[in-house]
Design a binder for this molecule. Structure first.
Ligand SMILES: C[S@@+](CC[C@H](N)C(=O)[O-])C[C@H]1O[C@@H](n2cnc3c(N)ncnc32)[C@H](O)[C@@H]1O
Length: 336
């Protein structure tokens, strides 16, 4: 008998629209214009991201896959988890290495996937439900706000892969890690993928590839705003740029206006003027040192237990467990 497949929608169409309106109004009215990266991932954006992961310049996916290929069984053995919770799960492609190892160890009982992009999430959940003989629960939510709704069942391994944590500012990273720690329970574990600081030329190439797929991904966010908020962006009036900020140690993806022009966002009654060369910040992607990863985990109440690298030391996977901060604060969770 095929196991259960369920979908929990924490961000419905109305909520999604409200949140897009808030983000676009705030971001395009700011003196330094920005659009949060969560809005890249409509169906087209998720497909483009999938193409990015296969580009020769985009090393993070290959590096993380290499670590998982080598160490997934160590992770399964170390955690003895029966429930995989993946946040920002996307296609969950690499995750199958972990799931195979958990299933081979005889522990795997359920999978919980959490992502903002409903279509990609639903496809991934259906696919995993066919592949593994376990219940799959998909949650459409924003990991900045809704992790408290992840069902507290089983012995959980939380996976946050792809270096997606680097898309958050330091305060957001801390908040998210603290929330993971609280929610995973005393026996829970976190597997965190972080991209490491490296040669700037390689970093820039990974975010501005020769075939222009990353540029198309970046400009797609303007198409999302056009479609959902009846805006008049001409994506071709913007150049994609990747810039390394050496002080912050992050890559910035920016869209730079080629010439002065005005954009109307009808649904917000908003008129936005661009000077020639004016930029919209669309993503930061922070790069880490190993000691910084450890520091941020400990700062959020998580103790690193094991760390793995790929052969080129491009990427790091860290397995962490919750530290009891205040006596009793990690008591048994109510089962839901
Ligand atoms: C860089 S992709 C990584 C996908 C996959 N984990 C991997 O390693 O290839 C980021 C994923 O996080 C999701 N995402 C981005 N912002 C999010 C948010 N605020 N809440 C939930 N999911 C989000 C996107 O939809 C996308 O699937």
């Amino acid at each position: 008998m095929q196991r259960q497949l369920s979908l929990d929608i924490l961000v419905d169409d109305e909520e999604r629209r409200r949140s897009l309106c808030d983000d676009v109004r705030a971001g395009l009215s700011s003196p330094k214009k920005y659009i949060p990266p969560a809005w890249f991932y409509d169906e087209a954006g998720s497909r483009l991201f999938d193409e990015i992961t296969r580009l020769p310049e985009y090393y993070p996916t290959r590096a993380e896959r290499a670590i998982l290929t080598r160490h997934a069984s160590d992770i399964a053995a170390a955690t003895r988890a029966d429930t995989l919770v993946e946040i920002g799960s996307g296609t969950s492609d690499k995750t199958r290495l972990l799931l195979d190892a958990m299933a081979a160890a005889g522990h795997l009982e359920r999978i919980i996937l959490f992502d903002i992009s409903r279509e990609v999430l639903a496809d991934a959940a259906e696919h995993l439900n066919l592949l593994y003989d376990v219940d799959v629960h998909a949650v459409v939510g924003d990991f900045r706000h809704h992790l408290g709704n992840v069902p507290a069942v089983g012995r959980q391994l939380w996976a946050f892969l792809g270096g997606t944590i680097g898309n958050l500012l330091p305060a957001g990273r801390r908040q998210l890690l603290e929330c993971c720690r609280r929610q995973m329970g005393r026996d829970g574990r976190l597997l965190l993928g972080t991209d490491l600081v490296k040669d700037v030329g390689r970093l820039l190439a990974a975010y501005d590839d020769a075939s222009g797929i990353t540029a198309a991904f970046d400009r797609n966010v303007l198409a999302v705003i056009n479609r959902e908020l009846h805006a008049s962006f001409d994506p071709e009036l913007f150049d994609h740029r990747a810039v390394w900020d050496a002080d912050e140690r992050w890559i910035e993806m920016r869209l730079r206006a080629r010439r002065p022009h005005t954009v109307v966002v009808e649904d917000l009654d908003l008129v936005v003027s661009f000077r020639a060369g004016e930029e919209i910040l669309t993503e930061i992607s922070a790069k880490f040192t190993p000691s910084q990863v450890a520091g941020e985990l400990v700062g959020a109440g998580l103790a690193p237990r094991a760390v793995w690298y790929d052969d080129d030391d491009d990427f790091q996977l860290t397995l962490a467990r919750p530290l009891p901060l205040v006596q009793g604060d990690l008591g048994p969770r109510p089962e839901s």
